[in-house]
Ligand binder design. Structure first.
Ligand SMILES: [Ca+2]
Length: 265
């Protein structure tokens, strides 16, 4: 969604084009709370002392109030400041919203598999992780705003990582995008976890790498699917007693062998 945003500077009106996300109404400093710190930011913006970015403009547009409800009009003026002051004082309810998350690691060259993608979103928001434009799973942000997503089977060479957050029925714009370069010549993964999403893929490691299960019994739970694409090698430890690895399928196991790309178990 694209919108024209206008910030009134005394008698002059400055309009900027902005790509609206779905920021938390009133949360101008994007800390997931609406309080006096936000009124300070908005008052400085209305006076023209600072310029709000696109997400802040989206959060700032809380006026007018129509039939008791915030009805954003694409214009940011002192009227928005009045509404925000009343909201902070508990005199005006504002609707829920969602801030844009950020992903912070990993980046650069990788030699590990799986990797853990970390980042920040508002507490309780459902964060959807995208790898090369495809959803690879979801995770809920913790009370301290952090989230961590175990990602199994990152592809070779360049991969892009980014996220969206959902809360109160609103979905944010995309986060920042990280570029991750998997340069590993050979990767061996022991006891790889299943991703938090419904589907996990263990692609074939390059250069003779393989997956190894050393737990007594690795379980694919009901509702989860594990896909082994052509070329994947899955080894089971043959230790003594109960130490030997096993695979129990309560959900789905999809083994995708092909000519020239057998799956080895
Ligand atoms: Ca805030």
């Amino acid at each position: 969604m694209s919108a024209r945003r206008c910030a009134a500077l005394l008698l002059a009106a400055v309009c900027v084009s902005a790509t609206a996300g779905a920021a938390i109404p009133g949360d101008l400093n994007l800390d997931c709370k609406v309080d006096t710190a936000d009124t300070f930011v908005l008052s400085r913006a209305v006076m023209g002392v600072i310029t709000l970015d696109a997400e802040q403009q989206d959060a700032a547009d809380v006026a007018p109030i129509v039939s008791g409800a915030s009805s954003p009009d694409g214009s940011i003026t002192v009227a928005d400041l009045v509404v925000l002051l009343r909201a902070v004082a508990g005199l005006q309810a504002l609707p829920g919203g969602v801030n844009v998350p950020s992903v912070s690691s990993p980046s650069g060259n990788l030699t590990e598999n799986p990797i853990t993608v970390t980042g920040v979103a508002c507490p309780g928001d459902v964060v959807k992780l995208y790898v090369n434009g495809l959803v690879r799973g979801t995770v809920v942000a913790a009370a301290d705003r952090s989230f961590a997503f175990p990602l199994v089977g990152i592809g070779y060479d360049t991969n892009t990582l980014k996220a969206k957050a959902t809360a109160y029925g609103e979905t944010s714009a995309f986060s920042n995008e990280l570029s991750v370069n998997n340069t590993s010549a050979s990767i061996t993964t022991t006891n790889p976890p299943l991703g938090s999403g419904a589907v996990t893929v263990w692609p074939p490691p390059r250069g003779g790498g393989y997956y190894e299960l050393t737990t007594a019994n690795f379980v694919i739970p009901s509702g989860k699917t594990l896909i082994l694409p052509p070329g994947t090698v899955l080894r089971f430890q043959t230790g003594s007693g109960a130490a030997g690895g096993g695979l129990e399928v309560a959900g789905r196991l999809l083994v995708q062998g092909a000519l020239g790309g057998v799956v080895t178990l």
